[in-house]
Design a protein around this ligand. Structure first.
Ligand code: SN0
Length: 331
Protein backbone atom coordinates (compact mmCIF):
# COMPACT_ATOMS: atom_id res chain seq x y z
CA UNK A 1 0.00 0.00 0.00
CA UNK A 2 1.46 3.34 -1.11
CA UNK A 3 -1.04 5.73 0.55
CA UNK A 4 -4.29 5.26 2.47
CA UNK A 5 -6.73 7.81 1.13
CA UNK A 6 -9.63 5.60 0.03
CA UNK A 7 -10.44 1.89 -0.45
CA UNK A 8 -8.94 2.20 -3.95
CA UNK A 9 -5.55 2.12 -2.18
CA UNK A 10 -6.32 -1.30 -0.69
CA UNK A 11 -5.64 -4.45 -2.72
CA UNK A 12 -7.49 -6.87 -0.44
CA UNK A 13 -10.00 -5.48 2.05
CA UNK A 14 -10.60 -8.88 3.68
CA UNK A 15 -6.88 -9.39 4.24
CA UNK A 16 -6.66 -5.92 5.81
CA UNK A 17 -9.59 -6.70 8.14
CA UNK A 18 -7.82 -9.92 9.15
CA UNK A 19 -4.60 -7.93 9.76
CA UNK A 20 -6.59 -5.68 12.10
CA UNK A 21 -7.92 -8.69 14.00
CA UNK A 22 -4.40 -10.18 14.14
CA UNK A 23 -3.06 -6.91 15.60
CA UNK A 24 -5.84 -6.96 18.19
CA UNK A 25 -4.92 -10.53 19.19
CA UNK A 26 -1.20 -9.78 19.30
CA UNK A 27 -0.52 -6.01 19.37
CA UNK A 28 3.28 -6.11 19.62
CA UNK A 29 4.08 -8.92 17.17
CA UNK A 30 5.43 -6.40 14.61
CA UNK A 31 7.04 -3.91 16.97
CA UNK A 32 10.30 -4.09 15.03
CA UNK A 33 8.71 -2.94 11.74
CA UNK A 34 8.55 0.74 12.62
CA UNK A 35 11.93 1.01 14.32
CA UNK A 36 13.59 4.36 13.50
CA UNK A 37 10.57 5.40 11.44
CA UNK A 38 8.63 8.57 12.25
CA UNK A 39 4.99 9.35 11.62
CA UNK A 40 3.71 12.94 11.69
CA UNK A 41 0.02 13.42 12.47
CA UNK A 42 -1.40 16.75 11.34
CA UNK A 43 -4.75 17.93 12.62
CA UNK A 44 -6.60 20.82 11.01
CA UNK A 45 -9.62 19.87 13.21
CA UNK A 46 -10.50 18.36 16.58
CA UNK A 47 -9.94 14.68 17.25
CA UNK A 48 -10.08 12.25 20.14
CA UNK A 49 -10.14 8.67 18.79
CA UNK A 50 -8.20 9.26 15.59
CA UNK A 51 -5.45 11.11 17.36
CA UNK A 52 -4.98 8.64 20.20
CA UNK A 53 -5.61 5.39 18.31
CA UNK A 54 -3.27 6.25 15.44
CA UNK A 55 -0.57 7.35 17.88
CA UNK A 56 -1.03 4.12 19.85
CA UNK A 57 -0.99 1.95 16.72
CA UNK A 58 2.23 3.60 15.52
CA UNK A 59 3.83 3.02 18.92
CA UNK A 60 2.73 -0.64 18.89
CA UNK A 61 4.74 -0.95 15.67
CA UNK A 62 7.76 0.73 17.28
CA UNK A 63 7.43 4.05 15.43
CA UNK A 64 8.20 7.53 16.69
CA UNK A 65 5.21 9.87 16.64
CA UNK A 66 4.92 13.65 16.22
CA UNK A 67 1.53 15.34 16.44
CA UNK A 68 0.70 18.89 15.38
CA UNK A 69 -2.48 20.94 15.36
CA UNK A 70 -2.06 22.87 12.13
CA UNK A 71 -3.08 26.51 12.27
CA UNK A 72 -3.07 26.54 16.07
CA UNK A 73 0.48 25.33 16.72
CA UNK A 74 1.87 25.97 13.24
CA UNK A 75 1.33 28.66 10.63
CA UNK A 76 -1.92 28.68 8.72
CA UNK A 77 -1.37 26.90 5.40
CA UNK A 78 -2.40 28.10 1.94
CA UNK A 79 -3.57 25.15 -0.17
CA UNK A 80 -4.49 26.76 -3.50
CA UNK A 81 -2.26 26.96 -6.55
CA UNK A 82 -2.41 29.61 -9.25
CA UNK A 83 -5.99 29.76 -10.58
CA UNK A 84 -6.23 30.15 -14.38
CA UNK A 85 -2.77 31.59 -14.53
CA UNK A 86 -3.34 34.00 -11.65
CA UNK A 87 -0.84 33.37 -8.86
CA UNK A 88 -2.09 33.10 -5.29
CA UNK A 89 -0.95 36.28 -3.56
CA UNK A 90 -0.44 35.34 0.06
CA UNK A 91 -1.40 38.59 1.74
CA UNK A 92 -4.20 37.05 3.85
CA UNK A 93 -4.17 35.07 7.09
CA UNK A 94 -2.17 32.09 5.72
CA UNK A 95 1.56 32.58 6.34
CA UNK A 96 2.89 29.47 4.60
CA UNK A 97 2.12 27.53 1.42
CA UNK A 98 1.57 23.77 1.52
CA UNK A 99 4.28 23.48 -1.13
CA UNK A 100 6.96 24.30 1.42
CA UNK A 101 5.18 22.99 4.52
CA UNK A 102 4.49 19.50 3.09
CA UNK A 103 7.96 19.24 1.60
CA UNK A 104 9.56 20.15 4.93
CA UNK A 105 7.39 17.73 6.90
CA UNK A 106 8.27 15.05 4.38
CA UNK A 107 11.90 15.52 5.37
CA UNK A 108 11.16 14.92 9.05
CA UNK A 109 8.56 12.16 8.66
CA UNK A 110 8.46 8.80 6.88
CA UNK A 111 4.65 8.73 6.88
CA UNK A 112 2.22 11.62 7.26
CA UNK A 113 -1.38 11.42 8.50
CA UNK A 114 -3.74 14.32 7.85
CA UNK A 115 -7.14 15.34 9.18
CA UNK A 116 -8.87 18.11 7.26
CA UNK A 117 -12.69 18.27 7.41
CA UNK A 118 -15.00 19.63 4.75
CA UNK A 119 -15.62 23.35 5.14
CA UNK A 120 -19.22 22.79 3.91
CA UNK A 121 -19.27 26.08 2.00
CA UNK A 122 -18.13 25.21 -1.52
CA UNK A 123 -19.07 21.67 -2.57
CA UNK A 124 -16.73 21.49 -5.54
CA UNK A 125 -13.83 22.66 -3.42
CA UNK A 126 -14.52 20.10 -0.68
CA UNK A 127 -15.07 17.24 -3.13
CA UNK A 128 -11.80 18.09 -4.96
CA UNK A 129 -9.99 16.89 -1.80
CA UNK A 130 -7.40 19.60 -2.22
CA UNK A 131 -5.61 19.12 1.12
CA UNK A 132 -5.00 15.38 0.62
CA UNK A 133 -3.98 15.94 -2.99
CA UNK A 134 -1.52 18.71 -2.11
CA UNK A 135 0.18 16.68 0.60
CA UNK A 136 0.41 13.70 -1.75
CA UNK A 137 1.93 15.98 -4.34
CA UNK A 138 4.47 17.80 -2.19
CA UNK A 139 5.38 15.63 0.83
CA UNK A 140 6.91 12.78 -1.18
CA UNK A 141 5.79 10.39 1.58
CA UNK A 142 2.93 7.96 2.13
CA UNK A 143 -0.16 9.92 3.19
CA UNK A 144 -2.83 8.55 5.51
CA UNK A 145 -6.31 10.01 5.52
CA UNK A 146 -7.34 10.76 9.13
CA UNK A 147 -10.73 12.11 7.81
CA UNK A 148 -10.72 14.30 4.78
CA UNK A 149 -13.47 16.45 3.28
CA UNK A 150 -15.28 13.46 1.77
CA UNK A 151 -13.96 10.31 3.49
CA UNK A 152 -12.98 8.69 6.80
CA UNK A 153 -11.43 5.37 5.73
CA UNK A 154 -9.72 4.47 9.04
CA UNK A 155 -13.17 4.68 10.64
CA UNK A 156 -14.72 2.52 7.92
CA UNK A 157 -12.01 -0.11 8.23
CA UNK A 158 -12.59 -0.21 12.01
CA UNK A 159 -16.32 -0.58 11.25
CA UNK A 160 -15.57 -3.53 8.94
CA UNK A 161 -13.47 -5.10 11.71
CA UNK A 162 -16.27 -4.54 14.24
CA UNK A 163 -18.95 -6.01 11.97
CA UNK A 164 -16.76 -9.00 11.08
CA UNK A 165 -16.08 -9.67 14.75
CA UNK A 166 -19.72 -9.30 15.87
CA UNK A 167 -20.93 -11.42 12.96
CA UNK A 168 -18.61 -14.27 13.87
CA UNK A 169 -20.01 -14.28 17.38
CA UNK A 170 -23.61 -13.77 16.29
CA UNK A 171 -24.29 -16.34 13.62
CA UNK A 172 -21.20 -17.69 11.88
CA UNK A 173 -22.27 -16.03 8.62
CA UNK A 174 -25.25 -18.30 7.81
CA UNK A 175 -27.29 -15.58 6.07
CA UNK A 176 -25.79 -12.27 5.01
CA UNK A 177 -26.11 -9.72 7.81
CA UNK A 178 -28.37 -6.73 7.13
CA UNK A 179 -26.47 -3.49 7.65
CA UNK A 180 -28.43 -0.21 7.75
CA UNK A 181 -26.90 3.25 7.58
CA UNK A 182 -29.36 5.72 9.09
CA UNK A 183 -29.26 9.49 9.09
CA UNK A 184 -29.73 10.98 12.59
CA UNK A 185 -31.01 14.44 13.55
CA UNK A 186 -28.56 17.16 14.62
CA UNK A 187 -28.80 20.95 14.83
CA UNK A 188 -25.30 21.48 13.39
CA UNK A 189 -24.17 20.93 9.82
CA UNK A 190 -21.78 17.97 9.77
CA UNK A 191 -19.73 16.59 6.87
CA UNK A 192 -20.83 13.65 4.73
CA UNK A 193 -17.40 12.00 5.12
CA UNK A 194 -18.25 9.21 7.56
CA UNK A 195 -21.44 8.25 5.69
CA UNK A 196 -19.70 8.45 2.28
CA UNK A 197 -16.90 6.21 3.47
CA UNK A 198 -19.22 3.74 5.15
CA UNK A 199 -21.08 3.30 1.83
CA UNK A 200 -17.84 3.06 -0.10
CA UNK A 201 -16.64 0.21 2.15
CA UNK A 202 -20.00 -1.58 2.49
CA UNK A 203 -21.02 -1.56 -1.19
CA UNK A 204 -18.37 -4.05 -2.37
CA UNK A 205 -19.31 -6.41 0.49
CA UNK A 206 -22.98 -6.08 -0.53
CA UNK A 207 -22.14 -6.60 -4.20
CA UNK A 208 -20.29 -9.79 -3.24
CA UNK A 209 -23.40 -11.01 -1.38
CA UNK A 210 -21.61 -10.93 1.98
CA UNK A 211 -24.03 -8.41 3.52
CA UNK A 212 -27.30 -6.69 2.67
CA UNK A 213 -26.85 -2.91 2.74
CA UNK A 214 -29.58 -0.27 3.08
CA UNK A 215 -29.26 3.51 3.49
CA UNK A 216 -32.10 5.51 5.07
CA UNK A 217 -32.47 9.28 5.37
CA UNK A 218 -35.09 12.00 4.88
CA UNK A 219 -35.52 13.39 1.34
CA UNK A 220 -32.85 15.98 0.55
CA UNK A 221 -30.09 14.07 2.35
CA UNK A 222 -29.10 11.91 -0.65
CA UNK A 223 -25.37 11.23 -0.59
CA UNK A 224 -23.15 11.93 -3.60
CA UNK A 225 -23.82 9.31 -6.32
CA UNK A 226 -20.16 8.26 -6.46
CA UNK A 227 -20.37 7.26 -2.79
CA UNK A 228 -23.89 5.86 -2.36
CA UNK A 229 -23.30 3.78 -5.49
CA UNK A 230 -25.90 1.04 -5.95
CA UNK A 231 -26.86 0.88 -2.25
CA UNK A 232 -30.63 0.51 -1.66
CA UNK A 233 -32.06 3.81 -0.40
CA UNK A 234 -35.19 3.53 1.77
CA UNK A 235 -36.86 6.76 2.89
CA UNK A 236 -38.96 5.03 5.57
CA UNK A 237 -36.65 4.54 8.54
CA UNK A 238 -38.92 1.97 10.23
CA UNK A 239 -39.00 -0.16 7.09
CA UNK A 240 -35.22 0.06 6.78
CA UNK A 241 -34.76 -1.09 10.38
CA UNK A 242 -36.88 -4.26 9.92
CA UNK A 243 -34.68 -7.29 10.45
CA UNK A 244 -31.46 -5.24 10.65
CA UNK A 245 -28.44 -6.89 12.30
CA UNK A 246 -26.47 -3.63 12.40
CA UNK A 247 -27.81 -0.08 12.62
CA UNK A 248 -25.09 2.46 11.83
CA UNK A 249 -26.16 5.95 12.86
CA UNK A 250 -24.66 9.21 11.59
CA UNK A 251 -25.79 12.74 10.97
CA UNK A 252 -24.72 14.50 7.80
CA UNK A 253 -25.69 17.77 6.16
CA UNK A 254 -27.25 17.90 2.71
CA UNK A 255 -25.13 17.24 -0.37
CA UNK A 256 -27.69 18.63 -2.84
CA UNK A 257 -28.29 21.80 -0.80
CA UNK A 258 -24.69 21.75 0.16
CA UNK A 259 -23.89 21.98 3.85
CA UNK A 260 -27.46 22.85 4.86
CA UNK A 261 -29.52 21.43 7.75
CA UNK A 262 -32.87 20.75 6.03
CA UNK A 263 -34.62 19.15 9.00
CA UNK A 264 -33.93 18.21 12.61
CA UNK A 265 -36.95 15.88 12.75
CA UNK A 266 -36.58 14.25 16.20
CA UNK A 267 -38.51 11.17 15.04
CA UNK A 268 -35.29 10.07 13.29
CA UNK A 269 -33.48 9.70 16.64
CA UNK A 270 -32.67 6.05 17.42
CA UNK A 271 -34.67 4.81 20.41
CA UNK A 272 -35.24 1.36 21.89
CA UNK A 273 -38.66 1.28 20.18
CA UNK A 274 -36.86 1.63 16.85
CA UNK A 275 -34.26 -0.98 17.78
CA UNK A 276 -37.11 -3.42 18.56
CA UNK A 277 -37.87 -3.44 14.81
CA UNK A 278 -34.45 -4.97 14.18
CA UNK A 279 -33.20 -8.54 14.48
CA UNK A 280 -31.86 -7.83 17.98
CA UNK A 281 -29.53 -5.56 15.99
CA UNK A 282 -26.38 -3.84 17.20
CA UNK A 283 -26.11 -0.05 17.24
CA UNK A 284 -22.97 1.55 15.81
CA UNK A 285 -21.73 5.17 15.70
CA UNK A 286 -18.27 6.57 15.00
CA UNK A 287 -18.49 9.02 17.95
CA UNK A 288 -18.62 11.70 19.17
CA UNK A 289 -22.36 11.28 19.61
CA UNK A 290 -24.84 13.74 21.11
CA UNK A 291 -26.98 11.78 23.54
CA UNK A 292 -30.73 12.19 23.23
CA UNK A 293 -30.35 14.27 20.07
CA UNK A 294 -29.12 11.51 17.77
CA UNK A 295 -29.52 8.41 19.97
CA UNK A 296 -31.36 7.79 23.23
CA UNK A 297 -29.44 6.84 26.39
CA UNK A 298 -31.37 3.57 26.54
CA UNK A 299 -29.73 2.46 23.28
CA UNK A 300 -26.22 3.74 23.96
CA UNK A 301 -26.22 2.20 27.44
CA UNK A 302 -27.67 -1.14 26.31
CA UNK A 303 -25.74 -4.31 25.44
CA UNK A 304 -26.87 -3.69 21.85
CA UNK A 305 -24.48 -0.75 21.55
CA UNK A 306 -21.12 -1.48 19.90
CA UNK A 307 -19.81 2.10 20.02
CA UNK A 308 -17.02 1.49 22.54
CA UNK A 309 -15.81 -1.69 20.82
CA UNK A 310 -15.94 0.18 17.52
CA UNK A 311 -13.76 2.97 18.93
CA UNK A 312 -11.41 0.38 20.44
CA UNK A 313 -11.05 -1.14 16.97
CA UNK A 314 -9.74 2.16 15.63
CA UNK A 315 -6.38 1.18 17.11
CA UNK A 316 -6.38 -2.05 15.07
CA UNK A 317 -7.52 -0.48 11.84
CA UNK A 318 -4.74 2.11 12.11
CA UNK A 319 -2.23 -0.60 12.97
CA UNK A 320 -3.24 -2.76 9.98
CA UNK A 321 -2.82 0.22 7.63
CA UNK A 322 0.49 1.40 9.10
CA UNK A 323 1.85 -2.13 9.01
CA UNK A 324 0.88 -2.53 5.36
CA UNK A 325 2.54 0.77 4.40
CA UNK A 326 5.69 -0.04 6.38
CA UNK A 327 5.92 -3.44 4.68
CA UNK A 328 5.31 -2.04 1.17
CA UNK A 329 7.45 1.07 1.39
CA UNK A 330 10.21 0.38 3.88
CA UNK A 331 11.06 -3.29 4.13
C1 SN0 B 1 -17.22 14.85 12.71
C2 SN0 B 1 -17.98 14.45 11.46
O1 SN0 B 1 -17.37 14.23 10.40
O2 SN0 B 1 -19.21 14.36 11.51
C3 SN0 B 1 -16.21 13.81 13.09
C4 SN0 B 1 -16.70 12.41 13.20
C5 SN0 B 1 -15.62 11.40 13.39
N1 SN0 B 1 -18.15 15.04 13.80
C6 SN0 B 1 -18.39 16.22 14.36
O3 SN0 B 1 -17.84 17.20 13.93
C7 SN0 B 1 -19.35 16.27 15.53
C8 SN0 B 1 -19.48 17.66 16.08
C9 SN0 B 1 -20.65 17.89 16.98
O4 SN0 B 1 -20.74 19.03 17.42
O5 SN0 B 1 -21.49 17.04 17.25
Amino acid sequence: MQHFISPADVTDVHALIQQGLAAKANPFADNHLGKNKTIGLLFFNSSLRTRLSTQKAAQNLGMNVMVMNVGQDSWGLEMEEAIEGHPVIMNGDKAEHVKEAAAVMGRYCDIIGIRAFAELKDRDKDYRELVMAQFQRYAGRPIINLESATRHPLQSLADCITITEANQVAKSGATPAKVVLTWLPHFKALPQAVANSFCEWMNPLANAGEIEFVVTHPPGYELAPQYVGNARVEYDQNKAFEGADFVYGKNWSSYAHYGQVLTQDPSWMVTMDKMRLTNDGKFMHCLPVRRNVKVADEVLDSPQSLVIEQAANREWSAQAVLREILVTRFS
